[in-house]
Structures are given as C-alpha cells and as structure tokens.
Design a protein around this ligand. Structure first.
Ligand code: SAM
Ligand code: MD0
Ligand code: SF4
Length: 351
C-alpha cells in the first residue's frame, strides 16, 4: 500500500472530511492493495453505523412518457420506443406486492409526463395517500423538476423523500447531458424540498465525460446541500440515444465513488443500484460500502428499469428473494421496516 493513500484514508477515517485534491487522489487509485484498503475502510465505516443491516427500496417506474431529451436516457422524448402509463389501480397493486415482499420504501419514479403536469399531479397525490394507507411504507418521489407549489403539496401529504439527480455539478457538462434544461432550477427544486422538511437524494452519473475533479467537486456539493441519500450510477448506453459509451476515467470508478462517499458521509444512505449491472453487480457495490439496495422490481407487471429496461426486467423482475442470499454470503442481512423508520428519524434529526 502506498504511504500517500494510507495517509488520506487515515485522515478520512478520523475526520470524515477530505480536501478536493485528496478525493481526486483516491479516485485515481490504481494499485490493488490501495483499492482494497479503500473498500475495507468504507465497509468498516458502514458496519460501525448500520451494523449488518441493509435497506431495500422497491422501484415503480409508473410512466415512461417524458417531455425532456436528456442525451443519456432511453426514455428521452425523441426516442421512438414503446411507452406505458400505469393506472392508479395498477400502481397501488404493484406497491402492495412490493411491500409484501419486504421492501422498506417505495420509490415512485416517472418521466416528466405532460399528462401529470396538466392535472397538477392530483392523481399522484391520491396515489401517495393510498399507498401510504395500504402499505404503511415511506415514499420517495422522483418526478423530475416540479414547481414550488407542487413540492409544498408533496411535503404537506407527508412524502418523505424527493430524489432529483444533478448528474454533474459542472454546469457546462450539465448542459451537454440535460439539453435545454436549467441547472439552477434543478438545484433550486431539491433545496426547496429540503427547506420544506423533505429528505433529499442527490446523484451523479459517471462515464459521461466528467473529470475526476468534477466528481470530487460533486461529492463535496452533495454534503453542502444536505442530501441524505447519495447516488452514483455508471452511464449504461442505450439504443436510439445520442450518447455512446463514454470512456471511463479509470476502472472501478462507481465503486470507488461509493467508498469515498461512505468515508465522507458515514451516515448517508448510499445505494447499490441493481439498475446498472443487475443482481451480478450487487456484491461489488456492497463491498464498497453501500448500505441500501435500490431498483427492486416486481416481475410480470410490465415495469421497466431506467438504465436496464429490456424485456427480462419486466418478466423476471429483481426481488428481495434474489438479493437476500447474496447479502448473507457477505455477512449482511435485510433490515426491518422499523429499522428503516428509525434510521430516517435519525437522518431527519441531523438536518
Ligand atoms: N425523470 C426524472 C428525472 O430525470 O429526474 C426521474 C427519472 S430519471 C430516468 C432517473 C435517473 O436515472 C436520472 O437522473 C439518471 O441519473 C438515471 N439514468 C437515466 N438514464 C440512464 C442511463 N442510461 N444510465 C445510467 N443512469 C441513467
Ligand atoms: C434505481 N433505476 O434505483 C432506479 C432509479 C430513481 N429514484 C431511481 C435511478 O436504480
Ligand atoms: Fe426524462 Fe428523466 Fe429520462 Fe431526462 S432522465 S429524459 S427527465 S426520464
């Protein structure tokens, strides 16, 4: 192990804070022993906070219609694909099934579907109330950018989380990724949601032309805005979209980012998303310090992932049953719904 990396990891473990240059050095690690030391430090930090408990989120992508043209997304408006919009009855049924299977939260995700904007999201508000009543689970919404009045309403009906990923905190790169969208408006929405008492999730994409400095800067921004769930996903190339597979700055970048985020923010919820590499990618992300699994999808409901949207996802889904043995092999286990509620209370108290 190199002395420089050892010193930085020791500092992170002691202070839970690093300078931009130090984060860049960790992101640039190419020595195997250094990498293993980074992951081991991240795992220890996680185990110290959450023990061996892992949280599980059910994912419901309930409408794939979208008015935007993000260059990385399969569901961008200009992509000529089959789309769906689930009925409120279907949405409720899917959520009940997910709750039954043992998830701790329901993530209601959508494209920026004009039909929801037209009726001022009233049917989504109704769905949230019904789902809460029937499942008792907390809700995360991922509706894209919405106005302050709608955020007020989400907060007033007790929606726990607002997820809105900037993808990058480099405004020039943002413009290339989220064409014709406003950087400041997107930042404003999540900060406003936090002011209204909601917990917020921030996220970045890697493999989209970012530099290591961009990533390090994003990691510090995530703390500054007070996000309590911090996501990184590797860009997965899609058919019919303008962006081609980007050259990754180096190998294992997503896992390195998970590990460094864990060192900087020991209490944060940091997902291992099943949407990048499916179940096969789970153990590497958990070994890097993730404490949460997202994108659990029920089978045979015609639902899609975001980055993984092939027919096998709709048919086979990704279940609590599939992830549990993988966790067990690593000495980890699913938390209980009560553990998750307590964890949210702790995160809220930190705000
Ligand atoms: N439409 C809402 C929005 O854009 O905020 C919510 C859904 S959107 C599909 C959720 C996230 O999926 C995006 O913010 C992006 O980080 C991620 N995503 C989209 N396409 C992806 C891809 N091809 N590879 C990896 N992640 C992707
Ligand atoms: C996931 N595909 O959890 C989902 C999505 C949106 N809040 C989450 C990116 O990986
Ligand atoms: Fe629409 Fe979200 Fe995809 Fe952008 S990332 S095209 S806003 S679904």
């Amino acid at each position: 192990m190199t002395i420089k990396i050892e010193t930085i990891i020791k500092k992170a473990l002691k202070e839970n804070s690093l300078a931009l240059e130090e984060i860049i050095s960790l992101l640039a690690i190419d020595d195997t022993a250094d990498l293993e030391a980074l992951y081991a430090a991240a795992r220890d930090t996680r185990n110290h906070v959450t023990g061996h408990k892992v949280f599980l989120y059910g994912f419901v992508y309930f409408t794939t219609w979208c008015r935007n043209n993000c260059n990385f997304c399969y569901f961008r408006k200009s992509n000529d694909i089959d789309r769906y919009r689930k009925s409120p009855e279907d949405i409720l049924g899917i959520c009940e099934e997910l709750a039954e299977s043992g998830v701790h939260l329901i993530d209601l995700t959508m494209g920026e579907d004009e039909s929801y904007h037209k009726d001022q999201f009233s049917s989504l508000f109704d769905s949230i109330k019904d789902i809460k009543l029937k499942t008792g689970l907390p809700i995360m919404i991922s509706p894209g950018v919405v106005g302050d009045d709608l955020i007020d309403h989400f907060a007033s009906i007790g929606t726990e989380w607002y997820a809105l990923y900037q993808e990058t905190h480099n405004p020039v790169l943002f413009k290339k990724l989220r064409t014709l969208q406003d950087y400041d408006l997107r930042m404003h929405a999540k900060i406003y949601a936090k002011e209204k008492g909601m917990l917020i999730e921030e996220g970045i994409l890697t493999g989209v032309g970012e530099t290591l400095e961009d990533i390090a800067h994003s990691m510090l921004e995530m703390g500054t805005i007070g996000a309590k769930q911090l996501r990184v996903m590797t860009f997965v190339p899609q058919e019919g979209i303008p962006m081609k597979a980007g050259k990754m700055a180096n190998e294992n970048l997503e896992c390195k980012i998970i590990a460094i985020l864990r060192l900087l923010y020991p209490h944060a919820l940091i997902p291992a998303s099943l949407d990048v590499e499916g179940i096969e990618g789970l153990s590497a992300r958990m070994a890097a310090g993730a404490n949460l699994i997202t994108s659990i999808i029920p089978p045979k409901k015609g639902l899609s992932g975001v980055a993984q949207n092939g027919p096998e996802v709709a048919e086979e889904g990704r279940s609590v049953e599939q992830v549990s043995p993988i966790l067990a092999e690593m000495g980890l286990e699913p938390a209980t719904a009560e553990d998750y509620q307590n964890y949210m209370t702790m995160l809220r108290a930190e705000i």
